[in-house]
Design a protein around this ligand. Structure first.
Ligand code: FDA
Length: 585
């Protein structure tokens, strides 16, 4: 007999685990979350928060979304991505990043009701964790996962109470391994991985210092510094990252992975900070320092039986592109509603297989992208003649030569411009963030061909209602108050939704009947004149890819599950068949 029982046990309260717990509690599922430490993230770590993650927070509630904005550095202070010889030294160039280029900004605004922002993990984790606990999660800190065993009915997990030193067991129907990049749960499950751990060495130095005079006129999250050693380990170049504008910072500086990791003491931290800032007298208040490795490693299978892994447990990669915590929270959004529906008897267990089918390809995609972004910094070194490593005297000569009125200097200026502009694949890759299309038994594209991408799929989000894709956002307007509401707001919150238009009212009856029959809520929204929501601008009609009488069936995680272009002869029969297939009923 186990000491404690719950429906879902979550190991870890990082972005993945805390988001899973918050979503499960919001869906009314009994859950418990444990963390081996007494509190949450103690360093800022992940920070770039993309629109898709903000949509998850918005789905948790406008209070959660608004609190994130309240603590975040807003998008307009994120974008002047500078490359320089030091903060005080010469600027080599910059690219406007994170949706701040006016064209990119328009694409961001058109694709989501939310805004990208910079929210350090020290703010994100408490927000998610608080939401989880407020809504019902039983959280146990200083509690360490040791092992688990699963059988036909559930999982028995052995934990260590680190305060008393005593071991105890927790019996749950499902177990979620959100225990980070050294996941014991993934190891005990023997999940298969591709790639390599520890391909580069890096250190984080977190400090306070007022650097406003170097940066406030070119506000950015990231300042990239080219100096001797900047191409060794690390993430492409030396980095001074804003944590709080403009007095709290995190430096990322590499070390040779073939050497032992350096001891980052006060002296080394201060030396590196002075060097990258370019001020030999800079005084810093060191907050923390640690070393970490650049990984290129992803699980090709993410779950076994009743145990699911997510977050860094299944995708281990450098912070390039800012995908770590974002993808972890999005993993949670994919799994939580499926667990909820299976636990409530609304879906068969095979629905859970779609988690691996849908998220394992994303793990591979983002790990590959993040590591590729590191290598794509090299052309900047090449353009400045630094291919063989940064030598200060050569760099000075090249920086001086680039202001000459000679054909060589003009070629060099062009090469630098192109090399920096190409970094948009790391710093403005909206498509990587928003174009996730799922293929699994929980989406039914049937014989409808997948729409090809019209533009570069890594850079540009392309809205489509092709089943598997995320529901496109458009503003529609409440008939009664005139308030603007996103199409995404009409969906989610743990239930299926069906969007239709005038002439599609028969879907309403069909959804009610099918919902009653299966014991599942399918909320229906008819969008059109004199209906609850009106498409005054026509924006929704232009992107929905169905006619007024057609319908889109949308899963709780905003992904389109099934669609009909127009009204059919037997809406109830067709909807019932689709819902049963999706829910394994
Ligand atoms: P995460 O590691 O955040 O959380 C794991 C949780 O599991 C923690 O609560 C931990 O205590 C718990 N746990 C682990 N083992 C346990 C056990 N046996 N029993 C109980 N609990 C256990 N990303 C980025 O985008 N930009 C960045 O700059 C950085 N920088 C950075 C620096 C450092 C030092 C690290 C370690 C990581 C980063 N990252 C990053 C990555 C980013 O922080 C990461 O992608 C997310 O935190 C992943 O979230 P998870 O919830 O999956 O794991």
């Amino acid at each position: 007999m186990s000491d404690i029982t719950t429906d879902v046990l979550v190991i870890g309260t990082g972005p993945a685990g805390a988001a899973t717990a918050a979503l499960l509690s919001s869906y009314g599922v009994e859950n418990m979350a444990i963390n081996r430490y007494r509190w949450l993230a103690n360093t800022p770590r992940a920070h770039i928060t993309n629109q898709r993650t903000m949509e998850v927070l918005r789905d948790l509630g406008r209070d959660v979304e608004n609190e994130a904005y309240m603590f975040a550095t807003h998008q307009d202070l994120m974008g002047e991505n500078v490359f320089c010889e030091s903060l005080a030294g010469e600027e080599i160039g910059r690219m406007t990043a994170w949706g701040n280029n006016p064209l990119s900004q328009a694409e961001h605004k058109l694709s989501s009701p939310t805004q990208m922002n910079d929210l350090p993990q020290t703010f994100m984790e408490p927000l998610l964790f608080k939401t989880a606990c407020q809504r019902g999660t039983q959280a146990r800190m200083s509690t360490e996962y040791l092992s688990h065993e699963q059988d036909a009915d559930g999982v028995t997990t052995t934990c260590l109470d680190r305060l008393s030193g005593k071991e105890f067991t927790i019996r749950s129907k499902y177990l979620v391994g959100a225990d980070g990049g050294k996941s014991l749960v993934a190891e005990h499950l023997d999940l298969p991985f591709d790639g390599q751990m520890a391909v580069g060495g890096s250190m984080n130095i977190v400090f306070r210092a007022d650097l406003a005079k170097y940066v406030a006129h070119r506000p950015s999250v990231l300042y990239w510094v080219m100096q001797p050693g900047a191409d060794v380990g690390g993430i492409g170049m030396g980095l001074v990252r804003m944590v709080r504008p403009w007095n709290e910072w995190l430096i990322v500086w590499g070390y040779d992975i073939n050497e032992p990791a350096p001891e980052v003491d006060d002296e080394l931290a201060t030396r590196v900070a002075r060097q990258l800032v370019g001020d030999p007298d800079l005084e810093i208040e060191l907050l923390s320092a640690n070393t970490w490795t650049v990984n290129n490693f992803y699980a090709t299978k993410t779950a076994k039986g009743r145990v699911f892994c997510m977050g860094d447990a299944i995708h281990r990669h450098p912070p390039s592109n800012g995908l770590g915590s974002n993808t972890s929270i999005q993993d949670a959004f994919n799994l939580a509603w499926k667990l909820a529906m299976v636990l409530k008897g609304q879906a068969g267990e095979r629905l859970l297989d779609s988690y691996d089918a849908e998220r394992a390809p994303i793990a591979k995609q983002i790990v590959t992208r993040a590591n590729k972004s590191i290598t794509e910094t090299k052309p900047i070194f090449d353009a400045l003649g630094m291919s063989e490593g940064v030598r200060p005297e050569v760099m000075q000569q090249n920086l001086e030569a680039r202001s000459d009125a000679t054909p060589e200097a003009e070629r060099q200026r062009e090469a630098i411009r192109q090399a920096i502009a190409f970094k948009k694949y790391e710093f403005d890759a909206h498509g990587v963030e928003m174009n996730q299309r799922y293929r699994s038994d929980a989406v039914l594209p049937e014989d409808q061909p997948e729409p090809p991408f019209q533009k570069d799929a890594e850079l540009h989000y392309q809205p489509t209602t092709w089943p598997g894709a995320r529901l496109p956002h458009a503003w529609v307007y409440r008939h009664d108050t005139g308030a603007a509401v996103s199409t995404l707001d009409l969906c989610g919150h743990g239930v299926f939704s069906l969007l239709t238009g005038i002439g599609g009212e028969a879907w309403q009856d069909a959804a009610r009947a099918v919902g009653d029959d299966l014991g599942v809520t399918v909320q229906v929204h008819v969008i059109g004149p004199r209906r609850d929501h009106v498409d005054h601008t026509g924006d929704w009609a232009r992107i929905r890819e169905i006619t007024d009488s057609g319908c889109l069936l949308v899963r709780p995680d905003h992904h389109v599950a099934w669609r009909r272009e127009r009204m059919v002869d037997d809406p109830q029969g067709q909807l019932a068949t689709a819902m049963k297939a999706i829910l394994d009923r």
